[in-house]
Write a protein that binds this ligand. Structure first.
Ligand SMILES: Cc1ncc(COP(=O)(O)O)c(C=O)c1O
Length: 366
């Protein structure tokens, strides 16, 4: 790095552990164990290379049309991004000033904090507290901090990564009404796992609340993190502001075509939703019988947060060849020894439950 380079720090948050052991079981990934729809390979085979010799449609009209249909909103309320990650980068840059502040409910997805920080925005972290209850008190705490610090934006990850817990629409409406002119950005990257018919999505509320910005992604329940397609939904003025700074051709021809076909086929999403709901109930139902383990928050998606009451669960799982996502140092979770686990298919889930049962049995908490 030469002396002219700006020194930008990364956030010390979720740590990806690369295990050298190919036989280890990965429960850390956060992606869908079903992957994308099988129909995608047919779509890819039918794509013409001619499409690659031209730039994609810069308005991404066809992709916006399928997103608009999904949420029953207008095209002017949508912009498409290279994954939700690009949305998280663009929003503060388009709408906030450096040196201003934003309230972030923690624990949450580290990129939200990192993106604010990279743009010189001060993160005002509001911790959910030890009982992990997202009730009215927590929303009031967020609002109180936002008003006290005169912040311009509140960030909510809904359902939250890492807990998988959701704030239902009445809670979000309460926040949106009370926030007034403060922007409320809701990262819904995991929302399709909670309901495939957008029941929990706040996207439709953009008609009612001018301060609402919603982020969506095809990386999670649609099983396409390699595609890099996400979107932002908000009122026209906010979308126009974001479009001014967004790279014009940010979604490639191939990603655009695959995203359109994916969103037109809801069958796979429904299948994924059913499998994950069933497996989550199975895994969490079993863990709840284990006295030394504590699940934090109530997950409605494919990830959940867990700790051992006396031991380092990350290390205990590692000894058994299981890699969990390491949240032991995450903001808002300091000194709690938390790991995030991703729900998989039954065969793998059985191995996880068996390992946890073993860990539980040699450390009975009375
Ligand atoms: C809550 C949350 N939002 C956004 C993202 C980024 O997703 P994408 O792959 O669409 O960039 C992630 C990825 O892990 C996430 O967990």
């Amino acid at each position: 790095m030469n002396s002219f380079t700006k020194k930008i720090k990364r956030i010390d948050n979720y740590i990806l552990h690369e295990s050298g052991d190919k036989n280890c079981l990965r429960f850390d990934v956060g992606t869908s164990c079903l992957g994308p729809s099988k129909k995608i390979s047919k779509v890819i085979k039918n794509l013409s290379t001619a499409g690659l010799s031209e730039y994609p449609d810069p308005t991404y009209k066809e992709l916006k049309e399928v997103i608009a249909k999904k949420y029953d909103i207008n095209l002017e309320n949508i912009t498409v991004t290279a994954g939700a990650d690009e949305a998280i980068s663009l929003i503060p840059r388009a709408l906030l000033e450096p040196k201003s502040s934003a309230v972030v409910a923690v624990p949450t997805f580290y990129r939200i904090i990192e993106s604010n920080q990279q743009f010189g925005i001060k993160n005002m972290l509001v911790s959910i507290g030890k009982n992990f209850k997202i009730g009215k008190n927590y929303l009031d705490l967020i609002l109180h901090e936002a008003k006290r610090a005169k912040t311009k934006m509140i960030w909510i990850c809904n359902p939250n990564n890492p807990t998988g817990e959701i704030i239902e629409l009445d809670g979000l409406e309460y926040l949106l009404k009370k926030a007034g002119k403060i922007f409320v950005t809701v990262d819904e990257a995991f929302c399709d796992f909670a309901d495939p018919n957008t029941k929990y999505s706040s996207a439709r509320l953009v008609k009612k609340y001018k301060n609402l910005i919603v982020i969506g992604s095809l990386s999670k329940a649609y099983g396409l993190p390699g595609l890099r397609v996400g979107y932002i939904i908000s009122n026209k003025d906010i979308i126009d502001n974001i479009d001014v700074i967004k790279p014009v051709f940010n979604v490639s021809y191939l990603s655009n075509r695959i995203a359109i076909e994916t969103l037109n086929d809801q069958d796979h999403l429904l299948k994924t939703y059913k499998l994950i709901s069933n497996e989550r109930e199975y895994v969490i139902g079993n863990i709840k019988k284990m006295k030394s383990l504590q699940i934090l928050g109530e997950s409605c998606v494919n990830i959940f947060l867990i700790r051992h009451k006396t031991k380092d669960l990350f290390e205990e799982l590692q000894k058994k060849g299981i890699v969990a996502a390491d949240f032991r140092k995450s903001l808002g979770l300091e000194n709690m020894g938390c790991v995030r686990i991703t729900i998989k298919k039954r065969k793998d889930n059985n191995l996880l439950v068996e390992a946890l049962r073993d860990i539980d049995s040699y450390n009975i908490v009375r």
